[in-house]
Design a protein around this ligand. Structure first.
Ligand code: DLL
Length: 436
Protein backbone atom coordinates (compact mmCIF):
# COMPACT_ATOMS: atom_id res chain seq x y z
CA UNK A 1 0.00 0.00 0.00
CA UNK A 2 1.30 3.36 -0.96
CA UNK A 3 2.16 5.54 1.97
CA UNK A 4 1.57 9.29 1.51
CA UNK A 5 2.18 12.26 3.78
CA UNK A 6 -0.24 14.61 1.99
CA UNK A 7 -2.22 12.31 -0.25
CA UNK A 8 -4.57 14.94 -1.61
CA UNK A 9 -1.85 17.17 -3.01
CA UNK A 10 0.48 14.31 -3.97
CA UNK A 11 -2.21 12.67 -6.11
CA UNK A 12 -4.03 15.83 -7.26
CA UNK A 13 -5.31 15.59 -10.87
CA UNK A 14 -2.88 17.39 -13.18
CA UNK A 15 -5.41 19.94 -14.34
CA UNK A 16 -5.98 21.06 -10.76
CA UNK A 17 -2.25 21.01 -10.07
CA UNK A 18 -1.60 23.28 -13.03
CA UNK A 19 -4.35 25.67 -11.92
CA UNK A 20 -2.74 25.81 -8.46
CA UNK A 21 0.70 26.40 -9.97
CA UNK A 22 -0.67 29.22 -12.12
CA UNK A 23 -2.30 30.90 -9.14
CA UNK A 24 0.88 30.59 -7.07
CA UNK A 25 3.12 31.76 -9.90
CA UNK A 26 1.10 34.96 -10.39
CA UNK A 27 1.37 35.70 -6.65
CA UNK A 28 5.08 34.85 -6.54
CA UNK A 29 5.93 37.09 -9.49
CA UNK A 30 4.08 39.95 -7.82
CA UNK A 31 5.93 39.20 -4.56
CA UNK A 32 9.41 39.32 -6.10
CA UNK A 33 8.63 42.34 -8.30
CA UNK A 34 7.48 44.33 -5.32
CA UNK A 35 10.13 43.16 -2.86
CA UNK A 36 13.34 42.33 -4.72
CA UNK A 37 15.05 45.07 -6.69
CA UNK A 38 17.12 42.50 -8.58
CA UNK A 39 13.99 40.88 -10.08
CA UNK A 40 12.31 44.20 -10.77
CA UNK A 41 15.37 45.44 -12.71
CA UNK A 42 15.71 42.14 -14.60
CA UNK A 43 12.05 42.11 -15.55
CA UNK A 44 12.11 45.73 -16.68
CA UNK A 45 15.22 44.95 -18.72
CA UNK A 46 13.42 41.99 -20.31
CA UNK A 47 10.31 44.11 -20.95
CA UNK A 48 8.06 41.93 -18.75
CA UNK A 49 5.76 43.18 -16.04
CA UNK A 50 3.78 41.16 -13.49
CA UNK A 51 0.61 41.76 -15.53
CA UNK A 52 2.18 39.73 -18.38
CA UNK A 53 2.34 36.65 -16.17
CA UNK A 54 -1.16 35.21 -15.98
CA UNK A 55 -0.28 31.56 -15.44
CA UNK A 56 2.30 28.84 -16.07
CA UNK A 57 1.91 29.30 -19.84
CA UNK A 58 3.71 32.65 -19.38
CA UNK A 59 6.62 31.29 -17.32
CA UNK A 60 8.95 31.33 -20.33
CA UNK A 61 8.68 35.14 -20.49
CA UNK A 62 10.64 35.52 -17.25
CA UNK A 63 14.44 35.84 -17.37
CA UNK A 64 16.64 33.04 -16.02
CA UNK A 65 18.68 33.36 -12.86
CA UNK A 66 22.10 31.73 -12.57
CA UNK A 67 24.64 30.86 -9.91
CA UNK A 68 26.67 33.92 -10.99
CA UNK A 69 23.66 36.10 -10.18
CA UNK A 70 23.56 34.54 -6.71
CA UNK A 71 27.24 35.33 -6.28
CA UNK A 72 26.74 38.92 -7.40
CA UNK A 73 23.79 39.37 -5.05
CA UNK A 74 25.54 37.76 -2.05
CA UNK A 75 24.51 37.98 0.71
CA UNK A 76 21.23 39.91 0.86
CA UNK A 77 20.47 40.96 -2.72
CA UNK A 78 17.79 38.32 -3.31
CA UNK A 79 15.98 38.55 0.00
CA UNK A 80 12.22 38.61 -0.57
CA UNK A 81 11.29 39.55 3.02
CA UNK A 82 12.82 41.82 5.67
CA UNK A 83 15.77 40.16 7.39
CA UNK A 84 13.90 40.20 10.70
CA UNK A 85 11.41 37.70 9.21
CA UNK A 86 14.16 35.18 8.37
CA UNK A 87 14.89 32.49 10.94
CA UNK A 88 17.61 30.35 9.30
CA UNK A 89 20.33 30.21 6.71
CA UNK A 90 21.87 27.19 5.00
CA UNK A 91 24.80 27.20 2.64
CA UNK A 92 26.36 25.07 -0.06
CA UNK A 93 29.02 22.58 0.93
CA UNK A 94 32.71 23.27 1.10
CA UNK A 95 33.09 26.24 -1.16
CA UNK A 96 34.41 29.74 -0.63
CA UNK A 97 34.43 31.59 -3.93
CA UNK A 98 31.15 30.02 -4.99
CA UNK A 99 29.33 29.95 -1.67
CA UNK A 100 25.56 30.36 -1.79
CA UNK A 101 23.69 31.48 1.30
CA UNK A 102 19.99 30.66 1.27
CA UNK A 103 17.53 32.24 3.70
CA UNK A 104 14.33 30.78 5.15
CA UNK A 105 11.30 32.17 6.93
CA UNK A 106 9.55 29.88 9.41
CA UNK A 107 6.96 29.24 6.70
CA UNK A 108 9.70 28.26 4.23
CA UNK A 109 11.13 25.80 6.78
CA UNK A 110 7.70 24.27 7.36
CA UNK A 111 7.26 23.66 3.63
CA UNK A 112 10.75 22.22 3.30
CA UNK A 113 10.10 19.88 6.23
CA UNK A 114 6.83 18.79 4.59
CA UNK A 115 8.69 18.01 1.37
CA UNK A 116 11.11 15.81 3.32
CA UNK A 117 8.21 14.20 5.20
CA UNK A 118 6.67 13.22 1.85
CA UNK A 119 9.99 11.62 0.88
CA UNK A 120 10.23 9.69 4.15
CA UNK A 121 6.66 8.42 3.90
CA UNK A 122 7.19 7.46 0.24
CA UNK A 123 10.03 5.27 1.54
CA UNK A 124 7.55 3.58 3.88
CA UNK A 125 8.16 5.80 6.93
CA UNK A 126 5.57 6.08 9.73
CA UNK A 127 5.36 7.35 13.30
CA UNK A 128 6.71 4.00 14.42
CA UNK A 129 10.00 4.36 12.59
CA UNK A 130 13.40 5.27 13.96
CA UNK A 131 14.95 7.62 11.41
CA UNK A 132 18.73 7.65 11.58
CA UNK A 133 19.99 10.85 9.94
CA UNK A 134 23.70 10.84 9.16
CA UNK A 135 23.76 13.53 6.53
CA UNK A 136 25.87 16.43 7.82
CA UNK A 137 24.17 18.91 10.13
CA UNK A 138 25.11 22.58 10.11
CA UNK A 139 25.27 24.68 6.97
CA UNK A 140 24.69 21.65 4.72
CA UNK A 141 20.98 21.08 4.08
CA UNK A 142 21.02 17.27 4.30
CA UNK A 143 20.86 16.84 8.09
CA UNK A 144 18.42 19.66 8.93
CA UNK A 145 16.12 18.76 5.99
CA UNK A 146 15.63 15.08 6.78
CA UNK A 147 15.55 15.86 10.48
CA UNK A 148 12.63 18.26 9.98
CA UNK A 149 10.85 15.80 7.71
CA UNK A 150 11.19 13.02 10.22
CA UNK A 151 9.70 15.23 12.95
CA UNK A 152 6.71 16.01 10.74
CA UNK A 153 6.11 12.30 10.17
CA UNK A 154 6.35 11.83 13.91
CA UNK A 155 9.16 9.29 13.75
CA UNK A 156 11.81 9.04 16.41
CA UNK A 157 14.66 11.07 14.92
CA UNK A 158 18.34 10.33 15.54
CA UNK A 159 20.32 13.48 14.63
CA UNK A 160 23.60 11.62 14.20
CA UNK A 161 25.30 13.81 11.58
CA UNK A 162 28.09 12.21 9.55
CA UNK A 163 31.24 10.37 10.68
CA UNK A 164 32.14 8.40 13.79
CA UNK A 165 31.14 5.00 12.47
CA UNK A 166 31.42 3.30 15.87
CA UNK A 167 28.84 5.63 17.36
CA UNK A 168 26.59 5.30 14.29
CA UNK A 169 26.58 1.52 14.63
CA UNK A 170 26.07 1.56 18.36
CA UNK A 171 22.96 3.75 18.11
CA UNK A 172 21.74 1.87 15.06
CA UNK A 173 21.85 -1.45 16.88
CA UNK A 174 20.86 -0.24 20.39
CA UNK A 175 17.97 1.96 19.26
CA UNK A 176 16.85 -0.17 16.32
CA UNK A 177 17.11 2.39 13.50
CA UNK A 178 14.73 1.46 10.68
CA UNK A 179 15.35 4.19 8.08
CA UNK A 180 18.84 5.38 7.20
CA UNK A 181 19.36 8.82 5.65
CA UNK A 182 22.84 9.66 4.28
CA UNK A 183 24.85 9.90 1.11
CA UNK A 184 25.00 6.64 -0.86
CA UNK A 185 28.78 6.51 -0.34
CA UNK A 186 28.40 6.72 3.42
CA UNK A 187 25.62 4.11 3.31
CA UNK A 188 27.99 1.77 1.56
CA UNK A 189 30.75 2.46 4.03
CA UNK A 190 28.39 1.76 6.95
CA UNK A 191 27.19 -1.41 5.22
CA UNK A 192 30.76 -2.65 4.94
CA UNK A 193 31.48 -1.92 8.58
CA UNK A 194 28.30 -3.77 9.58
CA UNK A 195 29.43 -6.77 7.60
CA UNK A 196 32.99 -6.66 8.93
CA UNK A 197 31.79 -6.55 12.52
CA UNK A 198 29.19 -9.26 12.02
CA UNK A 199 26.36 -6.92 13.05
CA UNK A 200 23.96 -7.74 10.22
CA UNK A 201 21.71 -9.81 12.45
CA UNK A 202 21.42 -6.92 14.91
CA UNK A 203 20.24 -4.17 12.59
CA UNK A 204 16.59 -3.46 11.88
CA UNK A 205 16.97 -1.18 8.86
CA UNK A 206 14.24 -1.54 6.21
CA UNK A 207 14.85 1.48 3.97
CA UNK A 208 17.42 4.13 3.09
CA UNK A 209 16.98 7.62 1.66
CA UNK A 210 20.14 8.43 -0.21
CA UNK A 211 21.13 11.45 -2.28
CA UNK A 212 23.23 14.62 -2.49
CA UNK A 213 25.57 13.00 -5.03
CA UNK A 214 25.24 10.93 -8.19
CA UNK A 215 25.06 7.16 -7.74
CA UNK A 216 24.46 4.32 -10.10
CA UNK A 217 21.91 1.48 -10.20
CA UNK A 218 24.80 -0.93 -9.52
CA UNK A 219 25.60 0.92 -6.31
CA UNK A 220 21.93 0.81 -5.35
CA UNK A 221 21.95 -2.97 -5.78
CA UNK A 222 25.09 -3.37 -3.69
CA UNK A 223 23.71 -1.27 -0.83
CA UNK A 224 20.32 -3.00 -0.94
CA UNK A 225 21.92 -6.41 -0.79
CA UNK A 226 24.47 -5.60 1.88
CA UNK A 227 21.98 -3.91 4.20
CA UNK A 228 18.90 -5.94 3.23
CA UNK A 229 16.90 -2.74 2.62
CA UNK A 230 15.13 -0.86 -0.17
CA UNK A 231 17.22 2.18 -1.20
CA UNK A 232 15.39 5.33 -2.33
CA UNK A 233 16.93 8.25 -4.19
CA UNK A 234 16.34 11.84 -3.06
CA UNK A 235 17.33 15.03 -4.89
CA UNK A 236 17.60 18.67 -3.99
CA UNK A 237 19.85 21.69 -3.88
CA UNK A 238 20.52 24.40 -1.35
CA UNK A 239 19.40 27.19 -3.67
CA UNK A 240 15.90 25.71 -4.01
CA UNK A 241 15.60 24.56 -0.35
CA UNK A 242 17.64 21.40 0.14
CA UNK A 243 16.80 17.67 0.00
CA UNK A 244 13.25 16.80 -0.97
CA UNK A 245 12.82 18.93 -4.08
CA UNK A 246 12.26 15.50 -5.65
CA UNK A 247 12.10 11.99 -4.20
CA UNK A 248 11.61 8.42 -5.27
CA UNK A 249 8.52 6.36 -4.50
CA UNK A 250 8.28 2.56 -4.25
CA UNK A 251 8.17 2.29 -8.07
CA UNK A 252 11.81 3.50 -8.13
CA UNK A 253 11.28 4.84 -11.63
CA UNK A 254 12.41 8.45 -11.37
CA UNK A 255 11.96 11.06 -8.65
CA UNK A 256 8.68 12.95 -8.20
CA UNK A 257 9.29 16.70 -8.24
CA UNK A 258 7.12 18.45 -5.67
CA UNK A 259 5.27 20.47 -8.25
CA UNK A 260 2.95 22.28 -5.87
CA UNK A 261 6.11 24.10 -4.69
CA UNK A 262 8.56 23.94 -7.60
CA UNK A 263 7.94 24.15 -11.35
CA UNK A 264 10.59 22.31 -13.37
CA UNK A 265 11.59 23.12 -16.94
CA UNK A 266 14.19 21.47 -19.16
CA UNK A 267 16.17 23.82 -21.37
CA UNK A 268 18.89 23.63 -23.95
CA UNK A 269 21.87 24.81 -21.85
CA UNK A 270 23.43 26.56 -24.84
CA UNK A 271 20.43 28.48 -26.17
CA UNK A 272 18.05 28.63 -23.21
CA UNK A 273 15.24 27.22 -25.38
CA UNK A 274 12.62 25.24 -23.43
CA UNK A 275 12.67 21.58 -24.55
CA UNK A 276 9.70 19.22 -24.79
CA UNK A 277 9.17 16.53 -22.13
CA UNK A 278 11.44 13.54 -22.62
CA UNK A 279 14.40 15.48 -23.97
CA UNK A 280 17.64 15.77 -22.03
CA UNK A 281 18.67 19.27 -21.00
CA UNK A 282 19.41 21.51 -18.05
CA UNK A 283 16.93 21.45 -15.21
CA UNK A 284 15.49 24.84 -14.23
CA UNK A 285 13.34 25.46 -11.15
CA UNK A 286 10.85 28.14 -10.20
CA UNK A 287 9.95 28.28 -6.51
CA UNK A 288 6.24 28.94 -6.08
CA UNK A 289 5.91 29.23 -2.33
CA UNK A 290 9.29 30.24 -0.91
CA UNK A 291 9.26 33.75 0.47
CA UNK A 292 12.74 34.53 1.87
CA UNK A 293 14.89 33.28 -1.01
CA UNK A 294 12.49 32.97 -3.92
CA UNK A 295 14.37 31.82 -7.02
CA UNK A 296 12.52 32.03 -10.31
CA UNK A 297 13.76 30.09 -13.34
CA UNK A 298 16.97 29.08 -11.56
CA UNK A 299 19.40 27.17 -13.76
CA UNK A 300 20.61 24.19 -11.73
CA UNK A 301 23.30 23.01 -14.19
CA UNK A 302 22.03 19.47 -13.64
CA UNK A 303 21.28 17.65 -16.86
CA UNK A 304 18.30 15.32 -16.88
CA UNK A 305 14.92 14.59 -18.44
CA UNK A 306 11.34 14.59 -17.22
CA UNK A 307 8.46 12.18 -17.69
CA UNK A 308 4.81 13.10 -17.24
CA UNK A 309 3.68 9.45 -17.66
CA UNK A 310 1.41 8.35 -14.81
CA UNK A 311 3.29 6.55 -12.02
CA UNK A 312 2.21 3.26 -10.44
CA UNK A 313 2.25 4.85 -6.98
CA UNK A 314 -0.65 7.17 -7.82
CA UNK A 315 1.33 10.38 -7.42
CA UNK A 316 0.65 12.78 -10.26
CA UNK A 317 3.73 14.93 -9.87
CA UNK A 318 6.20 14.77 -12.76
CA UNK A 319 9.24 12.55 -12.40
CA UNK A 320 12.86 13.49 -13.13
CA UNK A 321 15.33 10.76 -13.86
CA UNK A 322 18.64 10.60 -12.07
CA UNK A 323 20.78 13.56 -13.13
CA UNK A 324 22.83 12.55 -16.18
CA UNK A 325 25.66 15.04 -15.74
CA UNK A 326 26.42 18.69 -15.19
CA UNK A 327 26.55 21.50 -17.70
CA UNK A 328 29.33 23.16 -15.67
CA UNK A 329 32.54 21.68 -14.31
CA UNK A 330 31.33 21.00 -10.76
CA UNK A 331 32.32 17.62 -9.33
CA UNK A 332 30.65 16.03 -6.34
CA UNK A 333 33.27 14.15 -4.35
CA UNK A 334 32.35 12.43 -1.07
CA UNK A 335 29.09 14.39 -1.22
CA UNK A 336 30.89 17.73 -1.37
CA UNK A 337 30.61 20.13 -4.30
CA UNK A 338 34.07 20.77 -5.73
CA UNK A 339 34.99 23.20 -8.48
CA UNK A 340 38.38 22.65 -10.19
CA UNK A 341 38.91 26.42 -9.95
CA UNK A 342 39.07 26.14 -6.15
CA UNK A 343 41.87 23.57 -6.40
CA UNK A 344 43.70 25.79 -8.87
CA UNK A 345 43.42 28.74 -6.46
CA UNK A 346 45.10 26.77 -3.67
CA UNK A 347 47.91 25.63 -5.97
CA UNK A 348 48.59 29.05 -7.44
CA UNK A 349 48.51 30.68 -3.99
CA UNK A 350 51.23 28.25 -2.93
CA UNK A 351 53.45 29.23 -5.85
CA UNK A 352 52.66 26.45 -8.34
CA UNK A 353 51.72 26.97 -11.98
CA UNK A 354 48.61 25.67 -13.62
CA UNK A 355 50.23 22.34 -14.51
CA UNK A 356 48.02 20.04 -12.56
CA UNK A 357 45.49 17.25 -12.86
CA UNK A 358 42.62 16.15 -10.67
CA UNK A 359 41.94 12.43 -10.67
CA UNK A 360 38.65 11.30 -9.20
CA UNK A 361 37.69 7.67 -8.81
CA UNK A 362 35.25 5.53 -6.89
CA UNK A 363 36.96 2.47 -5.49
CA UNK A 364 34.76 -0.02 -3.73
CA UNK A 365 31.94 2.57 -3.71
CA UNK A 366 34.15 5.17 -2.02
CA UNK A 367 35.20 8.38 -3.70
CA UNK A 368 38.88 9.13 -3.97
CA UNK A 369 40.42 12.38 -5.15
CA UNK A 370 44.03 12.93 -6.03
CA UNK A 371 45.73 16.10 -7.24
CA UNK A 372 48.93 15.87 -9.26
CA UNK A 373 50.93 19.06 -9.62
CA UNK A 374 54.37 19.81 -10.99
CA UNK A 375 57.05 21.66 -9.05
CA UNK A 376 58.22 24.79 -10.77
CA UNK A 377 61.82 24.52 -12.11
CA UNK A 378 62.88 26.93 -9.31
CA UNK A 379 61.42 24.64 -6.63
CA UNK A 380 63.09 21.63 -8.24
CA UNK A 381 66.47 23.39 -8.25
CA UNK A 382 66.22 24.46 -4.58
CA UNK A 383 67.88 21.89 -2.27
CA UNK A 384 65.54 22.95 0.55
CA UNK A 385 62.41 21.79 -1.29
CA UNK A 386 61.03 18.62 0.27
CA UNK A 387 58.40 16.90 -1.82
CA UNK A 388 56.58 15.43 1.20
CA UNK A 389 56.40 18.79 2.96
CA UNK A 390 55.01 20.42 -0.21
CA UNK A 391 52.41 17.67 -0.53
CA UNK A 392 51.33 18.05 3.08
CA UNK A 393 51.04 21.83 2.73
CA UNK A 394 48.89 21.59 -0.39
CA UNK A 395 46.69 18.93 1.22
CA UNK A 396 46.18 21.24 4.19
CA UNK A 397 45.24 24.13 1.90
CA UNK A 398 42.79 21.91 0.00
CA UNK A 399 41.24 20.64 3.21
CA UNK A 400 40.66 24.23 4.32
CA UNK A 401 39.21 25.20 0.94
CA UNK A 402 37.05 22.15 0.21
CA UNK A 403 36.48 20.50 3.55
CA UNK A 404 37.65 17.11 2.27
CA UNK A 405 40.91 15.18 2.38
CA UNK A 406 42.76 15.13 -0.93
CA UNK A 407 45.77 12.97 -1.81
CA UNK A 408 48.44 15.15 -3.32
CA UNK A 409 51.40 14.15 -5.47
CA UNK A 410 54.03 16.73 -6.29
CA UNK A 411 55.84 15.71 -9.48
CA UNK A 412 59.03 16.76 -11.25
CA UNK A 413 58.65 19.58 -13.78
CA UNK A 414 57.25 18.60 -17.20
CA UNK A 415 55.84 15.23 -16.14
CA UNK A 416 52.16 16.02 -16.75
CA UNK A 417 51.26 15.63 -20.42
CA UNK A 418 50.71 18.98 -22.09
CA UNK A 419 47.57 19.18 -24.16
CA UNK A 420 47.37 20.80 -27.53
CA UNK A 421 43.87 22.06 -27.11
CA UNK A 422 41.91 22.59 -23.92
CA UNK A 423 43.82 21.18 -20.95
CA UNK A 424 42.22 18.04 -19.55
CA UNK A 425 42.40 18.96 -15.89
CA UNK A 426 39.86 16.52 -14.54
CA UNK A 427 39.97 12.78 -15.04
CA UNK A 428 36.80 11.38 -13.55
CA UNK A 429 36.97 7.61 -13.73
CA UNK A 430 33.72 7.03 -11.88
CA UNK A 431 31.22 6.78 -14.78
CA UNK A 432 28.46 7.95 -12.48
CA UNK A 433 26.07 9.18 -15.07
CA UNK A 434 24.33 6.87 -17.51
CA UNK A 435 23.34 8.49 -20.78
CA UNK A 436 20.02 7.09 -21.93
O1 DLL B 1 23.11 18.05 -1.92
C1 DLL B 1 20.97 18.68 -1.00
C2 DLL B 1 20.68 17.28 -0.66
C3 DLL B 1 20.98 16.80 0.62
C4 DLL B 1 20.07 16.42 -1.58
C5 DLL B 1 20.67 15.50 0.96
C6 DLL B 1 19.74 15.11 -1.24
C7 DLL B 1 20.05 14.65 0.04
P1 DLL B 1 23.86 20.91 -2.52
O2 DLL B 1 25.02 20.63 -1.64
O3 DLL B 1 23.49 22.32 -2.81
O4 DLL B 1 22.55 20.27 -1.96
O5 DLL B 1 24.15 20.15 -3.89
C8 DLL B 1 23.20 20.13 -4.93
O6 DLL B 1 23.95 17.95 -5.67
O7 DLL B 1 22.59 20.27 -8.01
C9 DLL B 1 23.09 17.88 -7.87
O8 DLL B 1 24.14 18.14 -8.78
C10 DLL B 1 23.62 17.03 -6.72
N1 DLL B 1 22.61 16.09 -6.22
C11 DLL B 1 21.77 16.24 -5.19
N2 DLL B 1 21.00 15.12 -5.04
C12 DLL B 1 21.37 14.26 -6.02
C13 DLL B 1 20.95 12.95 -6.41
C14 DLL B 1 22.33 18.94 -1.67
N3 DLL B 1 20.01 12.27 -5.76
C15 DLL B 1 23.71 19.30 -6.10
N4 DLL B 1 21.55 12.40 -7.49
C16 DLL B 1 22.64 19.15 -7.18
C17 DLL B 1 22.51 13.05 -8.18
C18 DLL B 1 22.39 14.88 -6.79
N5 DLL B 1 22.95 14.28 -7.85
Amino acid sequence: MTNYYQKEIETIPREELEALQSERLVQQVKHVYENVKFYRDRMIEAGVSPSDINGIQDLHKLPFITKDDLKDQYPYGLLGVPLKDCVRIQSTSGTTGKRVVAFYTQGDLDIWDECCARAIMAAGGTKKDVVHVCYGYGLFTGGPGLNGGSHKVGSLTLPMSSGNTDRQLQFMTDLGSTILCCTPSYAFSLAESIEERGLKGKIKLKAGIFGAEPWTEEMRKDIEELLGIKAYDIYGLTEISGPGVAFECEAQAGMHIQEDHFIPEIINPKTGEVLPAGEVGELVFTCLTKKAFPLLRYRTRDLCKLTYEPCKCGRTHVRMRKPMGRSDDMLIVKGVNVFPSQIETVLINQGYRANYQIIVDRINNRDTIEVHVEMTPEMAADPNTYKEACEAKIAKGLLAMLGIKVNVKVLKPKTITRSEGKAKRVIDKRNLYTQQ
